[in-house]
Design a protein around this ligand. Structure first.
Ligand code: AMP
Length: 115
């Protein structure tokens, strides 16, 4: 963990504070500092800094599934599972990615538009 360079890596190491909503051995979930919805949570891998989805390998299959299941559990905990929510994973510049530590956005608490 000590070689993590991004702002999310610093959150994992405890060098930068975050409003953590869930944590286990493999993932950390915390509130986005610039929320785009009443509920906006980021789910990130803890053990390894995977910059983008392009860098994920077949050995990360379980981790990627765990990130999705963590999102659905947090949505249930927050009471938005039935009303609905949106998951987003941005990849590289044209995808809108700004932090190069793989992360899943969980957005909810309002009607999502677009797409
Ligand atoms: P992306 O554009 O997909 O790379 O998303 C990065 C997200 O990280 C943005 O929604 C930012 O608001 C969020 N963010 C950046 N720094 C922090 C931080 N220190 N704590 C929580 N969220 C952050």
């Amino acid at each position: 963990m000590s070689d993590m360079k991004t702002i999310f890596g610093k959150i994992i190491c405890g060098d930068i504070p975050a409003d953590v909503v869930y944590e286990d051995d493999d993932v950390l979930a915390f509130k986005d500092v610039n929320p785009q919805a009443p509920i906006h949570i980021l789910i990130i891998p803890k053990k390894e800094e995977i910059p983008t989805l392009n860098d994920a390998e077949s050995r990360h299959k379980e981790l990627l599934g765990h990130m999705l299941l963590t999102a659905s559990r947090i949505a249930a905990d927050k009471g938005i599972a039935e009303s609905g929510y949106r998951l987003i994973m941005n990849c590289n510049a044209e995808g809108g990615q700004t932090v190069f530590h793989l992360h899943l956005h969980l957005l909810g608490g309002r009607q999502m538009t677009g797409f």
